[in-house]
Design a protein around this ligand. Structure first.
Ligand code: IMP
Ligand code: MG
Length: 196
């Protein structure tokens, strides 16, 4: 496996910038959900680092749950439009104030499908919190209630976001120099079209 320094182009968002913004977002969410039954739903796997840091900045009592989705149309870095649930929620969301926690909204297909699926389960409210918004690439409109950073149309990795499933552990968000990146040879390529 390559060391990320071999293909890192730029650090787009540093660790202190991420943490400062997440603290602001947590404070805002805490104000907005003072008298609610806040239930955070993290979309695996990209959102886990963000969820873990965000929830520690939320001062109101809340619960968490996880779901995973995959897009039809395998192997792509971009989702295809149709999304199915590969890991469903543990808990019922009826009458709860649900806040979806995502790493990045790109075309918008993933979040918009997830919103449609969750709406049928009749939550009291359903809102979206994303760390990153690649707004230029939007193909389907998505209501974003909390957004960390609007970023340019570049492939990014680190802080939960992967390159062929690796490098999620990095403390910052970086951009890739595709001419210097070598995908892993076997084993961990995205063969299922798993999203997130
Ligand atoms: P969308 O359905 O096109 O909005 O894509 C959302 C999903 O695509 C995200 O949850 C990520 O898993 C993935 N994705 C989109 N852009 C990037 C990126 O720049 N780096 C890593 N993953 C990305
Ligand atoms: Mg994701």
């Amino acid at each position: 496996m390559q060391d990320y320094r071999e293909f890192l182009k730029d650090v787009l968002i540093t660790e202190p910038e991420l943490q400062a913004r997440i603290a602001e977002m947590g404070a805002q969410i805490s104000r907005d959900y003072q008298s609610s039954t806040l239930h955070l739903i993290c979309i695996l796997r990209g959102g886990v680092l963000f969820l873990a840091d965000l929830m520690r900045q939320i001062s109101v009592p809340h619960t968490i749950d996880f779901m995973a989705v995959s897009s039809y149309g395998a192997g792509a870095r971009h989702s295809s439009g149709q999304v199915r649930i590969t890991l469903d929620l543990k808990e019922n969301i009826q009458d709860r104030d649900v806040l979806l926690v995502e790493d990045i909204v790109d075309s918008g297909f993933t979040i918009s499908s997830v919103l449609k699926m969750l709406e049928t389960r009749r939550p009291a409210s359903l809102k979206v919190c994303t760390l990153l918004d690649k707004a230029e690439r939007r193909e389907v409109p998505v209501p974003i209630d909390y957004c960390g950073f609007v970023i340019p149309d570049k492939f990014v990795f680190g802080y939960g976001l992967d390159m062929d499933e690796y490098y999620r552990n990095l403390h910052f968000i970086g951009t890739v120099d595709p001419t210097r990146y070598q995908p892993p040879e076997t084993g961990n390529e995205r063969q299922t079209g798993e999203s997130g």
